[in-house]
Ligand binder design. Sequence first.
Ligand SMILES: Nc1ncnc2c1ncn2[C@@H]1O[C@H](COP(=O)(O)OP(=O)(O)O)[C@@H](O)[C@H]1O
Ligand SMILES: NC(=O)OP(=O)(O)O
Length: 308
Amino acid sequence: MKKRVVLALGGNAILQPGQVGSYENQKANIEASADSITEIIKRGHELVIVHGNGPQVGQILRQNELAKEEIPVQPLPICSSESQGFIGYMLQESLKNRLPEKNVATVLTMTEVDLKDEAFKQPTKPIGSFYTEEESKQLEVEKGWVMGEDAGRGYRRLVPSPKPKTIVEVDVIRTMLENKIIVVSTGGGGIPVAKNESGQLEGVAAVIDKDSSALKLSEEVDSDVLMILTDVPNVYINYGKPNQEKLETISIEKAEEYYNEGHFSDGSVGPKMAACIDFAKQGKTAIICSLDEAADALEGKAGTRVVG
Ligand SMILES: Nc1ncnc2c1ncn2[C@@H]1O[C@H](COP(=O)(O)OP(=O)(O)O)[C@@H](O)[C@H]1O
Ligand SMILES: NC(=O)OP(=O)(O)O
């Protein structure tokens, strides 16, 4: 059966921790991701691709800061829009080369947030490169950055990450899907905007979690499936321990029980499972799987599925 699918591409699909953020590295990773996405398109499903931008938006901001003697530093929402542009371009190129008969297009997407969101008081979203603990302490003192540990992989700069309220361009995205266009949208969770005192949308200094925005988009385009692609084939309980156990198809109740027992860490798989649980509560299927198994996972042959 043909399905409407919102597919969230993990940060690793574009740049792996420790890799230099060169064009060549990012292009090679996107080429590898495009194979599995192509398979889903070939099977006739409608598709919106949401991608991460944590490494890229941090890198663009840093480039700005390093060039500030010559060119004014651009605010974070501008950096977000730049990351959507270049990642969208790379995805479009890779997919169009594989499927010349298909139309693939990127929508620069704004995501509305609430200025009163508590997240503005406490930066939690890691962006940019990884640093050692010692470097991180130095950066806090020298540059005034807020730094934090990122899921056991090192230390990174943290920025506020408010919850998505609504996807501003959702009508455009829906129209594109109805016209069989493969859509790249809501990259990096969307460019964060909020209504100012005059009720006008204005960019805000934040980076939204792309898994939360993918959930919001799935709800707003009424997708049948939410798929979150990352670098592990399944979600596990007791992850990394000798009694680690793979999760295949699980109920909402089981997923919530494991979530509350702390099996899914906050900085990595936790937000993905939270999004899947919320989506499954609408009576739909949410999947977490590895990039190369995406097409099989959609048919129930791979990955972890939370079912409503
Ligand atoms: N319970 C768990 N099951 C599976 N993976 C887990 C679990 N807890 C932590 N992880 C880690 O979550 C990582 C995926 O999250 P993350 O790196 O944030 O994803 P992405 O950047 O692809 O969005 C995996 O590489 C894995 O090391
Ligand atoms: N915006 C966002 O969630 O990006 P990453 O997935 O790269 O962290």
